[in-house]
Design a protein around this ligand. Structure first.
Ligand code: F6P
Length: 319
């Protein structure tokens, strides 16, 4: 029987991680379990940066951005010897189960720990929405709203100066933040891994907009595709549209979580504890058709992401 449960956050932080931590701790305590914070992700696990917590330790944090237990990236955790140190620390504290919040790298660590005898459940905490086993990750909605707010402001100034704005958004290799924010902001062009636009088409579209006396143009681009600064220069040269580039960067990861993310995090946190109580391990939680589900982590990481055919149709129709 599981008596002591740890929680850690790993990888890039995301708004709503704290709401998830709160739900996990309170649900665990409700079921009579001892709950532990593991600080600094897998690094803190290996170093034994672990502390017992109670209900009040998670008071107020539902509204906070970031993660109160901090996060870290530890590529060395792929090494079984490093993981062994983590398992030893858990044994020292008598912790037999973990809930880990993060992305695919975090999940892989959790699966490996499961194989070493620690019961692990993964929750999707990343702004990227790049996990195929869930329609939404914790933090995606808040990051999307942050982007929309920023792009709406850029629209104002672009319009005043009759400029084209090229805006790079995060997402790692997943284009969901670009696609969704592009639709929400009425961007003239969206360029993402699921929606690549040939350069010639970009130039023709912007030339046409310029001659149709459009006052501004918004071009939203997923990160890791190309250099938006160079691209902006090229646009200006080829279309005559005065162009500026913006990289929104890590501002997208901060801020108080949206109501959607808080609720998603609360539901997933409670569900994670239920999974452990049912004896599940090496699994990750998702939401599909508004129902919580769980998958084997290896299976989940092999799943194919939704290609957003319906959203792409909307983009094509409205362009
Ligand atoms: O995974 C979240 C994310 O913000 C990605 O969108 C981005 O590519 C990456 O993390 C940046 O990571 P870091 O802050 O470690 O440079």
């Amino acid at each position: 029987m599981i008596n002591r449960i740890g929680v850690l956050t790993s990888g890039g932080d995301s708004p709503g991680m704290n709401a998830a931590i709160r739900a996990i701790v309170r649900a665990g305590i409700k079921h009579g379990k001892e709950m532990y914070f593991i600080y600094d992700g897998y690094r803190g696990l290996v170093e034994g940066n672990i502390e017992r917590v109670d209900r009040t330790s998670v008071a107020n944090i539902i509204t906070w951005g970031g993660t109160v237990i901090r996060s870290a990236r530890l590529p060395e955790f792929a090494d079984p010897e490093v993981r062994k140190k983590g398992v030893e620390q858990l044994r020292k504290f008598g912790i037999d189960a973990l809930v880990v919040i993060g992305g695919d790298g975090t999940y892989m660590g959790a699966k490996k720990l499961t194989e070493m005898g620690i019961n692990c459940i993964g929750l999707p905490g990343t702004i990227d929405n790049d996990l195929a086993c869930t329609e939404y990750t914790i933090g995606f909605d808040t990051a999307l709203n942050t982007i929309v707010e920023a792009v709406d402001k850029l629209r104002d100034t672009s319009s005043s100066h009759q400029r084209c704005s090229v805006i790079e958004v995060m997402g790692n290799h997943c284009g969901d933040l670009a696609l969704y924010s592009g639709v929400a902001c009425g961007a003239e062009l969206i360029i993402s891994p699921d929606h690549m636009v040939p350069k010639e088409e970009v130039m023709t579209t912007l030339r046409d907009l310029k001659t149709s006396s459009k006052r501004h143009a918004l071009v939203i681009v997923s990160e890791k595709l190309f250099d938006v600064k160079d691209f902006a220069r090229e646009i200006e040269k080829e279309t005559g549209f005065e162009t500026r580039s913006e990289v929104l960067g890590r501002i997208q990861r901060g801020g108080s979580p949206s109501a959607f993310d808080r609720i998603l995090a609360a539901r997933m946190g409670v569900y994670a504890i239920e999974c452990l109580l049912e004896g599940k391990s090496g699994r990750c939680v998702g939401i599909i058709n508004n129902r919580l589900v769980d998958f084997d982590i290896y299976e989940a990481l092999k799943m194919q992401r939704d290609k957003h055919e319906q959203l792409l149709k909307v983009i094509a129709t409205l362009k």
